[in-house]
Design a protein around this ligand. Structure first.
Ligand SMILES: C[S@@+](CC[C@H](N)C(=O)[O-])C[C@H]1O[C@@H](n2cnc3c(N)ncnc32)[C@H](O)[C@@H]1O
Length: 313
């Protein structure tokens, strides 16, 4: 299963660390909910034979095709499905898998998605305002940019982009409507942020693009549902591994793992437990696992990665 020279390039982030924590064993059934280019999947497949099964899910048809070609001839042959990992339980059931031994989520977008101007994720090259991972979705970035009321656009950019210039950005965008391309959106953001306040290490429109992308793809909502879905399919002793690239995502994963690893979730001031909540997870990473300096040097995209893992009780 050697990589083909013409395969689109995406360096899997925290691959050794994630595989160690996921612990795929011979005969195991694993869900890779963010198949992407199949980098993690290839490592998993090597470890679950003989007899194991891998279900690979991706929202993006192009990613699925690339993974299908990369993993062609793999033993065992993976089962690949286009869909949202938020629907993991239904997709797994449809593939004949009721219980699984591991779930991996490597969130966000892949390098080929970012690098293809036609997908509209890229700030630096001209492309349509699209940003949908699944092109069957009705809402594209252009609809958000051109149709949301200014206040809502500002709120979205502030919240999902953690952007302090959100109000000015929304005002400039609304003044320039209709915006048709990624460069037009980037130019509106560049104009809105005073040059002296431009960030040094990222493009000034990075946070705005990220916010719009997360909104278009309902990335936080999918994550919440995906974490619940993982609980529905994981068998006792099964492992959940999540790699996130955004503080809001990492925060959501951290809160979920903390909550699900506690026996009681009553407010601390309450003297007697009334919630009846029981722990269903054991957290394996007290602190998030971060990429090594060597990995960041080799793959700058890994810089913001945080990995958290837990075991189903
Ligand atoms: C960071 S890449 C994964 C890379 C992959 N682990 C590898 O090693 O090649 C993230 C992938 O997850 C997909 N994705 C993001 N959110 C998703 C969701 N909610 N459901 C299914 N796929 C999703 C994206 O389309 C993208 O292909």
């Amino acid at each position: 299963m050697a990589d083909r020279p013409d395969a689109p390039l995406h360096l899997s982030v925290l691959s050794q660390e994630s595989i160690e924590l996921l612990r795929p064993r011979p005969g195991a059934v694993i869900v890779d909910g963010t198949l992407g280019l199949g980098g993690h999947a290839a490592l998993i497949l090597e470890r679950i034979r003989p007899g194991g099964r891998l279900l690979g899910i991706d929202r993006d048809e192009a990613a699925l095709e690339a993974a299908r070609s990369r993993l062609a001839g793999a033993d065992p042959p993976p089962v690949l499905r286009q869909g949202n990992f938020a629907d993991m339980a239904a997709i797994a059931a449809d593939a004949g898998l009721e219980r699984v031994d591991g779930v991996l989520l490597d969130l966000g977008v892949s390098s080929p998605q970012l690098d293809d101007p036609g997908r509209g994720f890229s700030i630096r090259s001209e492309g349509p305002l699209d940003m949908r991972m699944d092109r069957r979705l009705p809402l594209a970035a252009g609809d958000v940019v051109n149709e949301l009321p200014e206040r809502e656009l500002a709120r979205l950019v502030r919240h999902l982009g953690e952007e302090r210039w959100a109000d000015r950005i929304a005002r400039f965008v609304v003044q320039r409507r209709p915006l048709r391309t990624t460069r037009e959106l980037a130019a509106a953001v560049e104009a809105a942020i005073p040059r002296a306040a431009w960030p040094r290490d990222i493009h000034p429109a990075t946070r705005t693009f990220q916010a719009i992308r997360m909104h278009v793809n309902d990335e936080l909502g999918s994550l919440e549902r995906g974490l619940r879905g993982a609980m529905d399919v994981l068998s006792s002793g099964g492992r959940l591994v999540v790699i996130s690239f955004h503080s809001l995502e990492d925060g959501a994963v951290k809160r979920f793992l903390r909550m699900e690893s506690r026996d009681c979730i009553c407010p601390p001031q309450q003297p007697v437990c009334t919630c009846g909540h029981r722990a269903s997870l054991r957290v394996l990473t007290r602190k998030p696992v971060r990429p090594s300096e060597a990995e960041v040097a080799a793959n700058p995209r890994s810089r913001s990665a945080r990995l958290r893992a837990a075991e189903r009780l």
